[in-house]
Design a protein around this ligand. Structure first.
Ligand SMILES: C[S@@+](CC[C@H](N)C(=O)[O-])C[C@H]1O[C@@H](n2cnc3c(N)ncnc32)[C@H](O)[C@@H]1O
Length: 219
């Protein structure tokens, strides 16, 4: 199996990517998430998702995480309209998290995961799909990482063993590690060099048994 984590801007890297992924799973910076660069980020996410969807093999799936607001979810759906169709939506429920989202005190938030398909299904519909999962995020320093449980929940039902998974916003590499566990080759893009180096350490061997990052702590 080949696991690659490429350092750079997904906007450039997706143009040069000449492969045909069998599955795309990604957790992009959430469009309209309220950060200072929100418009630039939103444009990048839309272009990268659209270009990635163009490259996806026919009959295959693309899963995109979105902020739980329908504004963000609609944005992601519109970004790929006419190329892939939204088929399902799942929810990652995060209890007891520190969040900027207003939850009037109960500190429970969620992330939508839209499953798109490119045309008619190449295989039988995934039967393992569950509509929601409840899991705490993993906090690593100032960063919130995707727990492996949630990455597996997204990847495993749609995996194409021996095929290629693409994650253009790879972050800590949780999704590419899930691809590896599901028997897929994987390519990730990530623009923050420090993060890329940490992830490279983790994925250098195909059998990652130990995390190089400091131990994750719960919120
Ligand atoms: C929501 S995070 C992904 C988190 C990831 N699932 C994890 O578990 O760490 C989005 C990631 O996209 C990266 N990113 C943002 N803009 C990018 C760009 N233009 N090109 C490549 N990576 C980018 C950020 O550095 C961040 O690591």
């Amino acid at each position: 199996m080949t696991i690659k984590l490429i350092k750079g801007d997904a906007l450039d890297l997706i143009q040069q990517f000449n492969e045909r992924p069998d599955l795309i799973v990604t957790d992009p910076p959430y469009a309209f998430g309220g950060s200072g660069d929100e418009h630039a980020i939103s444009a990048t996410v839309a272009v990268v998702l659209r270009e990635a969807a163009q490259k996806l093999a026919k009959g295959r799936w693309m899963l995109v995480m979105c902020a739980s607001s329908w504004r963000s979810t609609t944005y992601m759906v519109e970004a790929v309209r006419g190329i892939v169709d939204p088929i399902r939506i799942g929810t990652w429920c995060k209890p007891a998290v520190r969040t900027k989202t207003r939850t009037t005190g109960w500190q429970w938030t969620s992330v939508n995961v839209v499953a798109f398909r490119k045309g008619k299904a190449a295989d039988k519909e995934p039967s393992l799909h569950r509509d929601h999962i409840t899991a705490l995020p993993v906090i690593n320093g100032r960063r919130a990482e995707l727990p492996s449980l949630v990455a597996d929940w997204m990847v495993a039902p749609y995996a194409v063993p021996g095929g290629l998974l693409l994650d253009p916003f790879a972050g800590s590499g949780a999704i590419i590690e899930a691809a590896e566990r599901a028997g897929m080759n994987a390519t990730g893009f990530e623009k923050k060099p420090a993060l890329v180096e940490e992830v490279e350490e983790q994925v250098r061997a195909n059998n990652v048994s130990e995390r190089i990052l400091p131990p994750a702590r719960r919120p």
